[in-house]
Design a protein around this ligand. Structure first.
Ligand SMILES: Nc1ncnc2c1ncn2[C@@H]1O[C@H](COP(=O)(O)OP(=O)(O)OP(=O)(O)O)[C@@H](O)[C@H]1O
Ligand SMILES: [Mg+2]
Length: 344
C-alpha cells in the first residue's frame, strides 16, 4: 500500500510517497511546499487552520495518491532516552516503565504520550536490555493530528524525526557500524548516532543555516536574501569572493565539528564496539558547496552527503519545470523518506 511520509517544518512541507512492489521500494512522487505565512510553532487557532488548509492544497496539487501519512515530530517536542534494565519479561517491563520514565523525562507523565521499544541485549553487561523510551507532548500530538485531519489525510503514525532519519540513513542490524547523522536545517542541527539499526543518541545544537546567513549579512553588510544566496552559491569555497564567505562560515562549522567530535567520544564510551567511521550530512545546509571536503578534512571520519534514495527506484518529482537530478536535492527529503519507509 502506498504511504506518504510528511515532514512538517515551520513553513516548509516536504512529502515523499513510497510504494512496495515485490521486494522493491519505489518512490512514487516527492515534492516540497513553502509558504512564509505558515507558522507551525504557533498554537493560535487561525494559524493551525491555515497550516492544515495549505497542507491539504499542497497534497491535492501535487497529486499524491494516498491519504495515509506518517508524520515526523520536531525534535524539540520529543524526549528520547535509552535506559538499560536488567532482564525481565514483558509484564514486568510494562509495570516498571513509568518509574523509569519519571527519572528521565523532564515533564509530568500526564502531559506526554509514552512509548517504549526493546532494542537489544548487552551480553557483556549481565544480559541487560537496552530500552528506548520516547515521550512526546500530548498537546503537540493533538495539534499535528488536527492539522493532518484538516488536510483530509489519515494519520498512520507519528514518530520523532530523529528516528525517521536513522531509518533512512543509519546503519542496520545486519551490518552494524556506528553512524553519525547530522541534520543541518534552518534553525538548528541535530546530531544523531545510530548503531546496529537503532537511534541511540540525539543532541540538538543551535547552529543552522539561518545563523550562517545572518553572520554573512552582518559581516559583509548585505541584506538577508543576498547573504543567503552568497552562502548557497559560494559556501565554503575559499577561492570565491576573496575567501570572505569562507571566513565567516569557518568558525561556525568549527563549532559544529567540535560538537560532533564530542558526541562521538561520549557515545564511544557507552558503546565501545560501535566503531564509528561514518558521518552522513543531511538537511538543506548539507547542499552547501565545499562542505563535504571541509568536513572530511576536519573530522577523522568518512564523510558523505545523504542520499536517502540510493537503494530505491525513483520516479521523477512532480513539477512543471524539468525536475532537477534527484541527488541534487536528495538531502532535504531524508526525513520524509524515512517516515514513509516506516509503514510502506
Ligand atoms: N545550496 C545550499 N547551500 C547552503 N545552504 C543551503 C542550500 N540550500 C538550502 N540551504 C539552507 O538550508 C536551510 C534550510 O534547511 P532545511 O530545509 O533542512 O531546514 P528546515 O527543515 O526547514 O528547518 P529545521 O530543520 O531547522 O526545522 C536554510 O538556512 C537554507 O539557507
Ligand atoms: Mg528539518
Amino acid at each position: 500500500m502506498p504511504i506518504l511520509g510528511l515532514d512538517l517544518g515551520r513553513n516548509t512541507i516536504r512529502a515523499v510517497e513510497l510504494n512496495r512492489k515485490k521486494d522493491q521500494i519505489v518512490v512514487v512522487k516527492y515534492n516540497a511546499y513553502q509558504n512564509p505565512k505558515l507558522n507551525l510553532e504557533s498554537d493560535a487557532k487561525d494559524d493551525v487552520e491555515m497550516y492544515g488548509e495549505s497542507l491539504g492544497e499542497f497534497i491535492a496539487d501535487a497529486g499524491f495518491s494516498t491519504p495515509y501519512v506518517v508524520t515526523g515530530l520536531d525534535e524539540t517536542y520529543v524526549y528520547m532516552r535509552i535506559v538499560k534494565l536488567p532482564p525481565m519479561n514483558d509484564r514486568e517491563l510494562k509495570s516498571s516503565i513509568n518509574y523509569e520514565a519519571e527519572q528521565y523525562i523532564p515533564l509530568p507523565l500526564s502531559e506526554v504520550n509514552l512509548s517504549y521499544q526493546k532494542l537489544d541485549v548487552d551480553y557483556a553487561d549481565k544480559g541487560k536490555v537496552n530500552i528506548q523510551l520516547v515521550a512526546a507532548r500530548k498537546n503537540i500530538l493533538d495539534k499535528y493530528i488536527n492539522i493532518i485531519k484538516k488536510a483530509k489525510l489519515i494519520p498512520r503514525a507519528i514518530e520523532p524525526e530523529t528516528i525517521a532519519l536513522g531509518r533512512a540513513l543509519g546503519d542496520t542490524p545486519e551490518a552494524p557500524a556506528g553512524s553519525i547523522i547530522v541534520d543541518m536545517g534552518y534553525s538548528r542541527s541535530i546530531i544523531i548516532i545510530t548503531y546496529a539499526g537503532f537511534v541511540r543518541f540525539t543532541r540538538s545544537v543551535q547552529i543552522g543555516g539561518d545563523v550562517m546567513s545572518k553572520s554573512i549579512q552582518q559581516t559583509l553588510g548585505l541584506d538577508y536574501n543576498q547573504a543567503d544566496e552568497y552562502k548557497k552559491v559560494y559556501g565554503l569555497d575559499k577561492n570565491q569572493v576573496d575567501g570572505k564567505i569562507y571566513n565567516v562560515l569557518k568558525p561556525i562549522f568549527d563549532n559544529l565539528t567540535e560538537e560532533i567530535r564530542r558526541a562521538s567520544i561520549f557515545f564511544t564510551k557507552q558503546y565501545p564496539n560501535a566503531n564509528i567511521k561514518r558521518v552522513i550530512l543531511t538537511g538543506g545546509t548539507a547542499q552547501m558547496p565545499g562542505l563535504l571536503l571541509y568536513m572530511a578534512n576536519n573530522l577523522d571520519l568518512e564523510v558523505e552527503i545523504a542520499n536517502p534514495f540510493r537503494f530505491v527506484s525513483v520516479v521523477p518529482k512532480v513539477s512543471t519545470p524539468p525536475a532537477p537530478k534527484i541527488t541534487d536535492e536528495a538531502p532535504i527529503y531524508s526525513t520524509a523518506f524515512g517516515l514513509a519507509l516506516k509503514e510502506v
